[in-house]
Design a protein around this ligand. Structure first.
Ligand SMILES: Cc1cc2nc3c(=O)[nH]c(=O)nc-3n(C[C@H](O)[C@H](O)[C@H](O)COP(=O)(O)O)c2cc1C
Length: 218
């Protein structure tokens, strides 16, 4: 059953701005990236006008450190020029999220979780007062009106199993910053039968983003 729902947001806008994020260290030969290629092609095939900006997360973000945390917890008006500089990359990465209507994230599972490069990006973009805030009712995400497609590949671990610390985690992180409408596309257990895993994910993509009839025939 396909419970994906985020694509509904893509049908209403005349032009959709897509931020694409690739987390595999295996750049050039990544299966998750190839599936993201297909997914974006499929969105185009629906006749959807899109603009895509891409970020290779291998090159995106250093780990946050003490000076980053201090700068982040200093009120924006009180920050020194150095502190603003320390947060400069985080501001740019958040700016990319703000720019986008839709996020396409492609990631493999590494050691039951997300690659460290993706975790580094997450730490850079989850910022109190900027992408979420604390309220009396708990934290509230501030990136409203966006949706996301998350492509996940694994070697042996089944997605949704007790050792999958990727899909639930990523859904939570996106929801935390206000992006509730997330689709998960999984090519899991690639080591068993890669072809079937890929075919399953491709079918899931086709089902979520069926091509417009006129385009299919072209
Ligand atoms: C460093 C590393 C750690 C991995 N850890 C896991 C793991 O914990 N569980 C798993 O099922 N697969 C694991 N894999 C396998 C990858 O998730 C799998 O090969 C995936 O298809 C790679 O996707 P990609 O082609 O987009 O890089 C690991 C692969 C690497 C390179």
């Amino acid at each position: 059953m396909n419970s994906n729902k985020a694509n509904r947001g893509l049908t209403t806008k005349p032009k959709t701005r897509i931020l694409r994020l690739d987390a595999s260290a295996n750049t050039g030969a990544s299966d998750s990236s190839k599936l993201a290629d297909k997914l974006i092609r499929q969105i185009r095939l629906r006749g959807q006008e899109i603009e895509v900006r891409s970020r290779d997360l291998n090159l995106a973000a250093p780990f946050i450190d003490g000076s980053w945390i201090e700068a982040n917890f200093t009120a924006a008006d009180d920050r020194s020029a150095t502190q603003n500089q320390v947060l400069g990359l985080s501001d740019r990465l958040i700016g990319e999220l703000n720019w986008a209507d839709h996020i396409v994230l492609a990631t493999p599972m590494y050691n039951f979780g997300v690659p460290a490069t993706l975790k580094a990006w997450i730490d850079q973009v989850c910022r109190a007062g900027v992408t979420f805030r604390y309220t009396e009712n708990g934290p509230e995400g501030l990136l409203a009106g966006k949706s996301a497609d998350i492509v996940i590949t694994t070697g042996g671990a089944p997605l949704g199993s007790a050792v999958d610390f990727v899909s639930g985690y990523l859904k939570q992180v996106f929801a935390f910053i206000g992006i509730d409408a997330t689709n998960i596309f999984g090519a899991d257990q690639m080591n068993r039968d890669a072809q079937s895993s890929i075919a399953r994910a491709q079918a899931q993509i086709d089902q979520t983003y069926p091509a417009a009839a006129t385009q299919e025939m072209a």
